[in-house]
Ligand binder design. Structure first.
Ligand SMILES: Cc1ncc(COP(=O)(O)O)c(C=O)c1O
Length: 421
């Protein structure tokens, strides 16, 4: 079986399972930190460069603490994510607040924390001012519409609910200027899980072009361009990771030609990647509970869609390793399933794997982003624990598994006695 990298041996994971029963997600701190350094180094030419980790990808304070130590900020899009940032000790311009359809109390919290506020719509200028106050630094999310193609996860920019049109940007920045706003940023996020390096360079070009035009017409200086998230990861063996050096070199070239040449430097480059930062370094570890043979062969795991929804939601591919059978040939065809009462609760359909036995340890790769965090409780399934494999080989439980008490905490069973029917 052709392998992907795994940071533990069968013996090691068996020892971990003795203490932490399956299913669980486990994250590899060493490789996560190495990637974080590679990301920051790739853009070292740009003074003030910052990656704001999109915390929705893996909202765990321990992971955030590791990433903050590498100089990362945090990208939040909800009240819970803002509070999480606060609990990690993050404040001010370490936080980017990129939300949409935002309620007033979230703007209030973002302003209270001093976060950089990224508005999704022109009507939110007045709404922000009314519900909280107008900060001195404001950013708009740009939706370039037909200028950019989309993909299956995020859709076509023109059909996407996010962001301002180009015309609205001009109007919006003029309005901010008239309201006395002094500092400006621009943001765009038009791709998700994109593996083509040129895509990010092209996006930067579109944003830089917009900056040139708006700066001239409105007479403002942009402090930063946030190029969003969306950097893809090689879920399949044949995929190649995005070459960040190539992306950075291409963006630098455009920066010289468009930003420096128009006297618009310095301009800080920001990203708010989630998937690329933690995705490849997380693994969902499960055990085989049942084998079933009807019209097809099924492998039933002790995990389900509550632990990893991406295959059911988008038909996404996650590579599977059967621990200890890495060198066996893959000549058994299986659907690998969970236990939800939904037929799409399948991690893999028609997947060729080594012959599987009950009790085998199954490792699902690349679950470190949009994995545990997308979990849900349908059928009363409980979300699993999260573990961190530390650089010294030790294991820290960074989130315990949910219990039935957690699940029922919002129900008032005592009230049943007085409830007459
Ligand atoms: C506004 C915003 N920023 C960043 C991200 C992170 O995207 P990714 O994890 O693909 O890098 C998302 C993903 O949904 C997003 O909606």
């Amino acid at each position: 079986m052709k392998g992907k990298e795994i940071p533990f041996t069968k013996d090691q994971i068996e020892k971990i399972i003795e203490k932490h029963p399956t299913p669980f997600h486990i994250y590899d701190e060493k490789r996560m930190v190495e990637y974080a350094n590679y990301f920051v180094d790739a853009f070292s030419w740009n003074e003030g460069f910052k990656e704001f980790y999109a915390i929705k990808a893996a909202p765990n304070p321990y992971l955030m603490k590791v990433l903050r130590n590498q100089g990362f900020g945090i990208d939040c899009s909800s009240m819970a994510e803002l509070v999480l940032a606060e609990k990690v000790g993050m404040r001010g311009e370490e936080i980017m607040f990129t939300s949409n359809d935002t309620p007033d109390y979230e703007f209030q919290k973002a302003v209270e924390l001093g976060a950089i506020i990224n508005l999704d719509d022109i009507s939110h200028i007045d709404y922000l001012e009314k519900s909280a106050s107008m900060p001195e630094l404001v950013c708009f999310r740009y939706n370039p519409g037909a200028l950019k193609g989309g993909n299956i996860i995020i859709g076509n920019p023109e059909d996407s609910k996010y962001g301002f049109t180009r015309e609205q940007l001009f109007e919006g920045y003029k309005k901010l200027k008239n309201k006395g706003v002094k500092r400006f940023g621009i943001h765009t996020m038009v791709a998700s899980n994109e593996l083509d390096s040129d895509y990010f360079i092209e996006t930067a070009g579109i944003v830089f072009d917009t900056i040139v035009d708006i700066s001239k017409e409105v007479g403002i200086h942009f402090e930063f361009a946030n190029l969003g998230g969306g950097i893809g990861i090689p879920y399949k063996n044949e995929h190649k990771p995005v070459d960040l050096i190539k992306v950075s070199t291409g963006i630098k070239d455009l920066y010289e030609k468009m930003i420096v040449a128009n006297n618009l430097a310095p301009l800080k480059i920001f990203f708010e990647s989630g998937r690329a930062i933690t995705g490849p370094f997380g693994y969902l570890v499960s055990k085989v509970l049942h084998l079933k043979e009807t019209y097809k062969k099924y492998v039933g795991l002790d995990s389900c869609m509550a632990n990893l929804m991406r295959p059911a939601l988008y038909g996404s591919y996650h590579h599977i390793t059967v621990m200890g059978k890495e060198n066996e040939s893959c000549n058994s065809l299986y659907d690998v399933t969970g236990s939800l009462c939904e037929n799409n609760d399948k991690f893999a359909i028609n997947r060729l794997l080594p012959k599987i036995e009950v009790g085998d340890i199954i490792v699902m790769h690349d679950t470190g982003a949009h994995g545990h965090s997308m979990g849900f409780n349908y059928n009363g399934k409980l979300r699993s624990a999260e573990l961190l494999l530390r650089e010294d080989g030790s294991v820290k439980e960074i989130r315990r598994a949910e219990t039935l008490e957690d699940l029922f905490a919002t129900l008032d069973f005592d009230g049943l006695d007085n409830f007459k029917v």
